[in-house]
Design a protein around this ligand. Structure first.
Ligand SMILES: Nc1ncnc2c1ncn2[C@@H]1O[C@H](COP(=O)(O)OP(=O)(O)OP(=O)(O)O)[C@@H](O)[C@H]1O
Ligand SMILES: [Mg+2]
Length: 325
């Protein structure tokens, strides 16, 4: 079987349709904070015509990278969530049942599913939580990846536009209700592991996504959120989404309670901050983070108690303003 994939940059209708990959990469990077190496590797794999699997916990820029790439190329990003309901026919498409009753089966009354949409439009099919998809659905995907063509009964042959790619993602900590992907799946895809951002990148992400948040709030929100990821009693901590929400909520709570936010001096130890601010910060942590931390089965206490400990470590004990690297 010849390899139908094009080893070139997708040529969409957008501004990124050129072949100067370095220039494209520079433009795309303006939409992404940090992640230079990951962007290089993902772009190189895609430009080489390969399909890709991204493995990383929630909030580690997987969707952000793909949205930036497809946005600059002007090609669709077709999202589909891998779960038990993602049957082959949901992935490929189905015939409209009421029209079938009236008109019989035809190509005309076929409703394209995400795979066929992405193939026809030359988009990226982004399958999140790939390892939750049923095995027969993964098999359909593997065929589409290998052949770049699928045959649909009573519709005919759908040939992928050359820029069609399959990108899958999965959370390595997620092992309930998932299947181990077989070696034959891994053998057909490139793979990139993405981990949590560095502290400075995470602060820049929060500053970008919570515009108007004071620098002090950004530093504290990122520090306590990162602390949720290193505790023994937490199975999975909060992603950067928790830090973003926390920064936004602290701002609103302080405004509502007319509590001044301390100045932006990053060197000021958290334990020297005014008690009114730190107490409000704890309230904000409860609402922003308690649902986002998943306690270990053996953990004593509940999420609120664990968050209070993290708050104490940061604001009462921790002498440093921000954790190192
Ligand atoms: N590198 C980044 N640059 C700018 N914003 C980012 C970056 N990484 C994450 N974000 C922000 O954090 C949020 C979560 O990131 P993203 O959606 O990319 O994570 P993900 O890896 O796709 O997570 P999930 O596995 O939960 O889907 C985004 O909505 C975005 O606002
Ligand atoms: Mg995502």
């Amino acid at each position: 079987m010849t390899d139908q994939r094009t080893a070139s940059v997708p040529t969409g209708t957008g501004a990124g349709g050129g072949t100067d990959l370095a220039a494209v990469r520079r433009r795309i990077s303006t939409d992404v904070v940090g992640r230079e190496r990951e962007l290089d590797l993902v772009l190189a794999a895609i430009a080489a015509g390969r399909d890709l699997i991204l493995e990383g916990p929630p909030g580690t820029s997987k969707s952000t990278l793909l949205r930036a790439i497809t946005g600059h190329w002007g090609i669709p990003l077709v999202l589909v969530e891998g779960n038990a309901d993602l049957t082959p026919s949901r992935l490929v498409g189905h015939h409209n049942p009421s029209r079938v009753l009236r008109e019989d089966y035809s190509a005309d009354n076929f409703v394209a599913g995400p795979l066929v949409q992405a193939m026809r439009d030359g988009g990226f099919l982004y399958v999140e939580e790939f390892n939750r998809a049923p095995e027969d659905t993964i098999d359909v995907l593997l065929t589409a990846m290998a052949e770049r063509v699928i045959t649909i009964p009573r519709v005919g042959v759908v040939t992928a536009v050359p820029s069609f790619r399959v990108v899958a993602s999965m959370n390595p900590y997620d092992n309930v209700g998932t299947t181990r992907l077989s070696t034959s799946v891994y053998d057909r895809m490139c793979r990139l592991v993405v981990d949590y951002q560095q502290v400075d990148a995470e602060q820049r992400i929060v500053a970008r996504r919570a515009p108007g948040a004071a620098p002090r709030v950004v530093i504290d929100a990122v520090a306590v959120t990162r602390a949720t990821r290193v505790r023994e009693d937490i199975r999975q901590g909060s992603s950067v989404r928790g830090a973003i929400d926390l920064a936004l909520i602290v701002g609103q709570l302080c405004a509502m309670r007319e509590i001044p936010i301390p100045g932006g001096d990053a060197q000021q130890p958290p334990r020297d901050l005014p008690q009114a601010y730190t107490a409000t910060f704890l309230d904000a942590m409860t609402i922003a983070l308690s649902g986002r931390i998943h306690l270990d089965d053996l953990a004593a206490g509940n999420a609120e108690a664990v968050l209070t400990e993290i708050w104490q470590d940061h604001f009462l004990l921790n002498p440093a303003a921000a954790e190192p690297g």
